[in-house]
Ligand binder design. Structure first.
Ligand SMILES: Cc1ncc(COP(=O)(O)O)c(C=O)c1O
Length: 391
């Protein structure tokens, strides 16, 4: 199998929606006052307890190589957190610390899927999945998400797509880009289907601490405790506002962790030492921070959903998790990409067309509400004005 990136790499991978970000940056540089709804990162500072712990580690000279799979202190904190949030305690050799959730996704897919194997995942999707699956030459078997199902991938849809060819099911709940959340019955039924067909499950749970209205997160790992087929990918970027720290992890069967450990020893040696100390502090002392940002996100969610429903031609359901909304724009009669471009130019509001996340995003836009209430109100005002001109 050819996994070289020397040749056809750009044809194998997807194209992330970076051109919109670049356009907004350029317009900002030209002096336009842009409202930014395209960026998927919390706008809060990292909690002080986390920064202090990392600073202390630096001052104490904790600046050398550490074990490839992560420092024991962080692995133990992750073990405790998994027990608290998913209801089972993985062994330490089922846990591997990595520089972000993305490497967890990449290594998890890489360790289980070969060229020609089939992978089931959602459309619209987080573009990294599509890109990685394409890069590995695996077969893409996409499940369409529908607004009337609140953008949940239903067990019936999974059952219809499953075959003996299916090697891996990718789950993402809460989901980027729609904010859709799988309920307990969905998760249970999908985990059972995977077991029946002997497929792996990679569950991207990066937004699992970001749920609204008192919901609980359910992981498919309840069935095998990540001992046979389930892999959980999670990290610190979103819930602890640590995107630039690059810290995440994967929990998986031991033999998979062993393979990832060998590969990561070759390509990365280890995850940055003092950053991991910050991660320990986030897991031990970060809950009040998570609670406080979720209270803010809940307010913003209400403001943006209410506002979008007042924009001519738009309708928007409440997302159940994460910090994205996926308004339906089909009544405008415009295509997603044309509308996103019009809005950027006319309203100076940067957002993404639903199609940046796959064909099923046609008829939708994606906005991140990781920005202040003032920006949300101003953005909505501009959107209304721009849409009144064309509707
Ligand atoms: C669904 C999903 N998974 C993973 C990531 C990447 O997380 P990290 O910054 O930890 O690599 C993101 C970031 O946008 C995401 O939306």
């Amino acid at each position: 199998m050819n996994r070289s990136i020397a040749g056809e790499f750009s044809k194998l991978r997807g194209e992330p929606p970076l051109k919109y970000l670049a356009k907004a940056n350029q317009m900002e540089a030209e002096g336009h006052d842009m409202i930014r709804f395209e960026i998927g990162q919390p706008d809060f500072d990292t909690p002080a307890v986390v920064k202090n712990e990392a600073k202390k580690a630096l001052d104490e000279g904790f600046t050398h190589y550490v074990p490839t799979d992560g420092i024991p202190e962080l692995k133990e904190a992750i073990q405790e957190d998994i027990e608290k949030t998913r209801g089972f305690k993985p062994d330490l050799d089922q846990i591997m610390v990595l520089p972000g959730a993305k490497p967890g996704l990449f290594f998890g897919i890489m360790a289980t899927v070969q060229q020609g194997d089939e992978v089931i995942y959602q459309n619209p999707f987080y573009f990294t999945y599509d890109s990685m699956i394409g890069f590995l030459g695996a077969k893409k078997n996409q499940i369409s998400l529908f607004e009337q199902d609140e953008f949940r991938m239903t067990p019936d849809q999974v059952q219809e797509k499953m075959s003996d060819e299916t090697k891996l099911i990718l789950l993402n709940s809460p989901q980027n880009p729609t904010g859709g959340v799988l309920n307990k019955n969905d998760v249970k039924a999908i985990a059972e289907l995977a077991e029946e067909h002997n497929a792996y499950v990679l569950s991207d749970e990066i937004y699992s601490k970001m749920l609204y209205d008192g919901q609980t997160h359910y992981s498919p790992a309840y069935l095998d405790e990540c001992k046979e087929r389930t892999m959980i990918v999670d990290g610190f970027s979103k819930a602890y506002s640590m995107t630039g720290w690059r810290l995440g992890y994967i929990v998986a069967p031991k033999e998979i962790i062993h393979k990832i450990d060998l590969l990561f020893a070759d390509v990365g040696s280890c995850t940055t030492s003092f950053v991991q100390k910050g991660g320990v502090s986030a897991l031990h002392h970060g809950q009040s921070f998570v609670d406080s940002i979720m209270a803010k996100f809940a307010e913003r969610r209400k403001a943006i959903v209410t506002g979008l429903n007042e924009v001519p031609g738009f309708s928007c359901i409440y997302p159940k998790g994460a910090f994205y909304v996926f308004p339906n724009i089909s009544k405008t009669g415009m295509k997603s990409e044309a509308l996103a471009n019009y809005i950027i130019e006319e309203a100076k509001v940067c957002l993404l067309p639903g199609t940046a996340f796959g064909s099923q995003g046609e008829g939708f836009l994606r906005l991140s509400y990781a920005s202040s209430l003032e920006s949300i109100h101003e953005g909505i005002k501009r959107l209304k004005k721009a849409m009144e001109k064309v509707i």
